[in-house]
Design a binder for this molecule. Structure first.
Ligand SMILES: *Cc1c(COP(=O)(O)O)cnc(C)c1O
Length: 368
């Protein structure tokens, strides 16, 4: 157990205990654990927060990606262009439908898909572009959506790490055909288990996603196609409704902590701080350092958590090695990226300790 964890969800629960306990109690008393008013009201509140016409709640972020792709008709022999530097689920969802992920390298300074590299990967088989707003930093949706229009492709935004992030005054996830969100506990808005969401402005796509998520049926026991059992539990919906009220405040707090790190590291040799961009929500605060593993060991020894997102880029994961992609920036990022504790409830003195430990570690490295 680290003295300073990446994210302390116990601290959040302590703060919200009265409201969370009330919400959980309300669901337990109601006897309705699947669907019901908690889920439908939660969906309305989420749609209103995001500013989309529809919000379809689901079992996980992974399901959100799978159901988005399938609702758009993507299947065997299709190609979907995506980033090589993400959590595995991004590519896995594409492969689960029999389609092929076509990996594109990232921009060194954003960790996001390099928009200039996309066009050369478009073929006759390409059906969609699936950018990931990694760590809470929006991808360049201006370039990406002009490509999807020009080539008549679908656009699915992987917003698992970008709930509340803004791209040029619009919420991420509201610009493409679908925004796919995860409520895994460590995300910007997390529940107390698994949960996910699809946001869309299209009536047809929302209806199709909802149908797929309920065994391919619009009317119970009339199953029109093979679907999934993908539901957000009523308990999780009630918990999310409480936590949603604090999301904006928590995001502001993440941004303030990130800013403090940026200032502290501004003159430190050997650290590359994350790209500053308005609307970045810092689901992770990820630096780059050459001797990443050395720094991580020093933090470990000081009782400070840190995390490597991600040690292996997607194109180097065993199921994709045979595709033969070589993507230099993603490979370098996998060797240099280190995410530091960032938690809306982080104590200032804890952040000071993280900063001091990092400065000391890098100083030691330059001396020897
Ligand atoms: C967390 C995450 C997912 C998957 O979400 P789950 O709810 O865990 O299924 C997908 N993509 C990215 C980028 C993620 O970080």
């Amino acid at each position: 157990m680290y003295k300073i964890p990446m994210l302390d969800l116990r601290e959040e629960y302590r703060t919200l205990k009265t409201e969370i306990d009330e919400a959980v109690g309300r669901v337990l008393e109601s006897g309705v654990f699947i669907g019901g008013p908690e889920v439908s009201v939660c969906e309305k509140e989420l749609a209103s927060f995001l500013g989309t016409k529809h919000a379809v709640s689901l079992n996980s972020g992974t399901d959100a990606l799978v159901i988005a792709l399938r609702s758009l008709g993507i299947g065997p022999d299709d190609e979907v262009i995506t980033s090589s530097f993400s959590f595995f689920a991004t590519a896995e969802a594409i492969s689960l439908l029999g389609a092929k992920p076509i990996f594109v390298d990232i921009q060194a300074q954003t960790f996001n898909i390099d928009p200039q590299e996309i066009e050369k990967k478009i073929t006759k088989r390409t059906k969609a572009i699936l950018p990931v707003h990694l760590f809470g930093l929006p991808s360049n949706l201006t370039i990406i959506s002009s490509l999807t229009k020009e080539y008549n492709l679908s656009l699915i935004e992987d917003c698992a790490q970008s709930f509340g992030s803004m791209f040029e005054h619009r919420m991420t996830g509201t610009i493409g055909d679908f925004g796919a969100y995860s409520f895994f506990p460590s995300k910007n808005l997390g529940c107390y288990g698994d949960g996910g969401l699809l946001a869309t402005n299209s009536d047809t796509l929302a209806a199709q996603a909802r149908k797929l998520a309920t065994h391919g049926s619009k009317v119970k026991y009339y199953n029109e196609e093979i679907g999934y059992n993908s539901r957000l539990d009523s308990l999780q919906a009630a918990i999310l409704r409480v936590k949603l009220k604090y999301t904006e405040k928590n995001i502001k707090s993440r941004q303030a902590i990130a800013h403090k790190y940026n200032v502290a590291f501004a003159n430190v040799n050997g650290i590359v701080t994350p790209k500053f961009q308005d609307g970045h929500t810092y689901n992770q605060y990820t630096i780059r350092v050459k001797n990443r593993d050395g720094l991580k060991a020093d933090l470990d020894n000081a009782g400070i958590a840190s995390a490597i997102y991600y040690p292996i880029p997607l194109h180097k994961q065993p199921p994709y090695v045979s595709y033969g992609f070589q993507l230099k920036e993603a490979e370098t990022a996998a060797a240099e990226a280190l995410s530091l504790p960032i938690c809306p409830f982080m104590k200032p003195e804890d952040q000071e300790s993280v900063i001091a430990c990092i400065k000391q570690s890098l100083l030691k490295k330059t001396k020897t």
